[in-house]
Design a protein around this ligand. Structure first.
Ligand code: CO
Length: 175
């Protein structure tokens, strides 16, 4: 089921989400709804708090580059579901132009670690480790920030942030 997205500057986005304790049907429904919502909005990632649920759960689905015409670019089975993720290693630095379903239409360059190693649980409570030094590394850092109540625009320089806030106020009036 597609749910409503929490849009910046809604205070819920500042919530530090709580650890998931039960890997049950309710969690599976939440993850399924997160996928439906992310696809409906053409996103590549979503944290539970972005649909108003303060739990440490996120999904990432990087579109396939080699999908044939008419083929699903973000099949459900390609979705990386991360419960209670923790960054256990990070190094290097890289810049990437990020966007966020909670700040629709805004794309800004953000600096993050180049390489991260993350420990997390899947929907059944099995523990996994994943490492990346490409787009997935950036996506994981962006989504884990949401679990800690942080949105990517907070990483902008003072001047860029001021410009963004001004622009965003204008846009919100139109929505
Ligand atoms: Co986001």
């Amino acid at each position: 089921m597609v749910r409503d997205i929490v849009v910046y500057p809604d205070k819920r986005l500042k919530t530090v989400s709580k650890e998931v304790e039960a890997f049950d049907e309710a969690l599976h429904t939440l993850l399924d709804d997160m996928y439906d919502t992310m696809r409906a909005k053409n996103g590549v990632g979503l944290a539970a708090i972005q649909i108003g649920v303060p739990l440490r759960a996120l999904i990432i689905n990087i579109p396939l580059e080699d999908a044939a015409e008419g083929e699903e670019e973000q099949p459900r089975e390609n979705t990386l579901e991360m419960i209670n993720p923790v960054i256990v290693e990070k190094d290097g630095s890289t810049k990437f132009q990020e966007g966020c379903l909670s700040v629709p239409g805004i794309y800004e360059e953000v600096e993050r670690a180049k390489h991260v190693k993350v420990e997390y649980f899947d929907r059944h409570g099995e523990k996994h480790t994943i490492e990346d030094d490409d787009f997935l590394a950036i996506a994981m850092q962006h989504e884990i920030d949401h679990l800690d109540g942080k949105v990517f625009i907070e990483k902008l320089s003072f001047t860029k942030r001021k410009k963004f806030e001004k622009e965003w106020k204008k846009r919100l009036k139109k929505i």
